[in-house]
Design a protein around this ligand. Structure first.
Ligand SMILES: Nc1ncnc2c1ncn2[C@@H]1O[C@H](COP(=O)(O)OP(=O)(O)OP(=O)(O)O)[C@@H](O)[C@H]1O
Ligand SMILES: [Mg+2]
Length: 253
């Protein structure tokens, strides 16, 4: 049986009268690269906030590593949060600190270690995301868009989380930098065994993901390999798979 890191069962989310998720189901395996796609307003950000334990759910269950998160004590929830990394769309670095100082800050907030060890750890993370050692001394505003995304990814993996969530990681990047980033994420998953979940609008990113969940009308209307998306009846998904971009990129025709 596959080992699932996260299982979402019959999830219900609402804002007042508005129901965003109407019994949503998905399962994320340990060590896979998983994508979440869906039209604007389909509830991707809401789902992300719930998976990050930042927003309580209104129904159903989220099971993390075999444990129902609604049954965890506040202390257990805090421990779980430490095992989750996130890269938000607009980054999370302090602009007054260098990239290295930012990394050392999050590493020392998490682990009780001396500064020298934290610096060494930070340098390893920079190497893992394909940045040169001198980037350690650069400030966020001195980085190109592609470098900034990589540095933000280094921040997200700085404390060795079990799972990392990426929110629109390639948005704003040119196609070459976007592909470089996609490949980097793929390599990270393959070389570290980390689970990475990315919310994306970028169809080209799906070429590198193991599985994808498609959100529409409050549910997951497809979960599986990107190529299998063609076999569904959901109207939004039918529109998506009939676009030239999808046919060329994902189906190669
Ligand atoms: N704080 C809020 N209060 C009320 N309604 C909200 C709130 N946040 C989101 N919504 C509504 O919930 C629905 C889902 O929003 P959400 O931001 O999760 O969608 P999304 O899939 O992330 O969209 P996008 O692709 O545009 O980022 C939308 O209709 C939105 O208007
Ligand atoms: Mg959103």
């Amino acid at each position: 049986m596959a080992e699932y890191l996260i299982i979402v069962e019959n999830l219900v989310s609402r804002y007042g009268e508005k129901i965003v998720h109407k019994g949503l189901n998905l399962k994320i395996k340990k060590g896979e690269l998983y994508a979440i796609v869906g039209e604007s307003g389909s509830g991707k950000t809401t789902l992300l906030r719930e998976l990050l334990l930042l927003r309580p759910i209104d129904g159903g269950r989220i099971i993390f590593n075999g444990k129902d998160i609604t049954k965890l004590s506040p202390g257990e929830l805090e421990e779980l949060k430490k095992r989750i990394g996130v890269m938000f769309q607009f980054g999370t670095m302090f602009s007054s600190l260098s990239v290295g100082e930012n990394l050392v800050y999050v590493i020392r907030k998490r682990y009780k270690i001396d500064k020298h060890t934290a610096v060494e750890m930070a340098k390893i993370k920079l190497t893992l995301v394909g940045l040169k050692p001198h980037v350690f001394y650069m400030y966020p505003h001195e980085l190109s868009g592609g470098m900034r995304k990589k540095a933000s990814l280094a921040m997200a993996i700085a404390t060795d989380p079990d799972v990392v969530f990426l929110d629109e990681p390639t948005s704003g990047l040119d196609p070459i930098s976007a592909e470089e980033f996609d490949k980097l994420v793929r390599t990270l998953v393959d070389s570290t065994g980390m689970t990475i979940v990315q919310i994306t609008h970028d169809l080209a990113s799906l070429l590198f993901t193991d599985r994808v969940a498609v959100l529409s009308e409050g549910k997951v209307v497809y979960e599986g390999e990107p190529k299998g998306m063609v076999n569904t009846q959901n109207p939004w998904l039918r529109k998506l798979v009939s676009t030239l971009r999808f046919r060329r990129l994902i189906l190669g025709k």
